[in-house]
Design a protein around this ligand. Structure first.
Ligand code: AMP
Ligand code: ZN
Length: 110
């Protein structure tokens, strides 16, 4: 399948991995929008979150929680964003969750 994020978690395209388990893979965003900007993906290929089951979403959020607990983000706070569809800025069509933090972020609409 010609999918950038499938190729990344399969190791065909290099990434800066920060977390992996049987279902979930996480790596640094190549173009960070905050001091900390990590992408969490489920290994099941689906274009966006509409294709993920509640179990899949739970596995991703459990992974985020596990990762965050190993960082300062647990104390300082973080934001999770998932763009669904080109109108809201989705550019890679393998469902992913942006984990943003490490600095003071502007509020939504700012
Ligand atoms: P979105 O715009 O919500 O679909 O998010 C896609 C994200 O993937 C963007 O923040 C990009 O900077 C990021 N991205 C694109 N190519 C790569 C890559 N090769 N490695 C890491 N992140 C990437
Ligand atoms: Zn994929």
């Amino acid at each position: 399948m010609d999918c950038l994020f499938c190729k990344i978690f399969q190791g065909h395209i290099p990434s800066k991995k920060v977390y992996e388990d049987d279902n979930v893979f996480a790596f640094h965003d190549i173009s960070p929008m905050a001091k900390t900007h990590i992408l969490f993906i489920h290994k099941k290929h689906t274009a966006n979150v509409n294709g993920l089951s509640t179990i899949h979403v739970g596995q991703v959020f459990t992974a985020i929680k596990t990762y965050v607990a190993t960082t300062d983000l647990e104390k300082s706070g973080f934001r999770i964003v998932t763009n669904t569809g080109p109108d809201v800025g989705q550019t890679v069509f393998h469902a992913h969750f942006h984990l943003l933090g490490g600095e003071k972020l502007k509020g939504f609409g700012a």
